[in-house]
Design a protein around this ligand. Structure first.
Ligand code: HEM
Ligand code: HEM
Length: 180
């Protein structure tokens, strides 16, 4: 991986945008879970799908950006450093696989994927199959919760760097925090 002295401003912006979109997708998923079927639920599902597909697109964009601009070197000295890097690599994986499983869940359910208020319609990729829809829905949800747990670890790590180790790891992704 190409090395840079800092994260590019675009990569930083996309990191925080991804975090907001993931939080939004989760909140919308919880909101629509209890709703009766109908137009309102369909609208919330479209919003969930829009936020989720945006996470997927931005994840690819971030991976391209990392290659083009490079990223600052990661410390790989302690087991914790290695764990932190593993969590970050996994988060990229989850930002891809959670939306992909969501899309497949919709597709097997025969549910259209209407994004941005119907401006973009994604094709259904598979035949309709209720059993597979249910199975993939459970898997999609389970993967989303594993991702949430990893985000928890990731945030705990970032805060540990800032408040306990007192280094500049947080400020390289959150420049407004200021260097030590
Ligand atoms: C980062 C992105 C995403 C996250 C974090 C996420 C999270 C979740 C969660 C937690 C649920 C379960 C809600 C509940 O029953 O309590 C859910 C359900 C669902 N999501 Fe997503 N999702 C994402 C992306 C997507 C995408 C891109 C699509 C489709 C294009 C999608 C389609 C669905 C569908 C159809 C369900 C209902 C599944 C069922 O009926 O069991 N999701 N999502
Ligand atoms: C859904 C939420 C989040 C996701 C999916 C996520 C994901 C990621 C990923 C994939 C990276 C690696 C970036 C790269 O090298 O290209 C990263 C870096 C980073 N994230 Fe997050 N992040 C989230 C939220 C947060 C939050 C809330 C904080 C702060 C409290 C944070 C702090 C950091 C820091 C400091 C780095 C840089 C680490 C380093 O340079 O070693 N992240 N994040």
């Amino acid at each position: 991986m190409k090395q840079a002295s800092s994260y590019s401003p675009l990569l930083i912006a996309l990191h925080w945008l991804s975090a907001l979109l993931i939080a939004g997708a989760l909140i919308v998923a919880w909101t629509l879970d209890d709703m009766p079927r109908g137009a309102e639920k369909t609208a919330w599902m479209s919003l969930h799908q829009t936020l989720g597909v945006s996470v997927l697109v931005i994840a690819f964009l971030r991976l391209v950006m990392r290659r083009v601009h490079g990223v600052p070197p990661h410390m790989m000295e302690t087991a914790m450093d290695k764990l932190a890097t593993l969590v970050q690599v996994s988060l990229y994986g989850f930002m891809i696989w959670v939306p992909v499983f969501g899309y497949l869940t919709s597709s097997f359910g025969g549910h259209p994927v209407n994004l941005f208020g119907g401006a973009v319609q994604l094709p259904l990729l598979t035949p309709q199959d209720h059993g597979t829809h249910e199975l993939l829905g459970d898997l999609h949800q389970a993967l989303a919760y594993v991702m949430l747990a990893l985000v928890g670890l990731h945030v705990a790590g970032a805060l540990k760097h800032h408040f306990i180790l007192k280094d500049d790891i947080l400020s390289r992704m959150a420049p407004w925090v200021g260097k030590r």
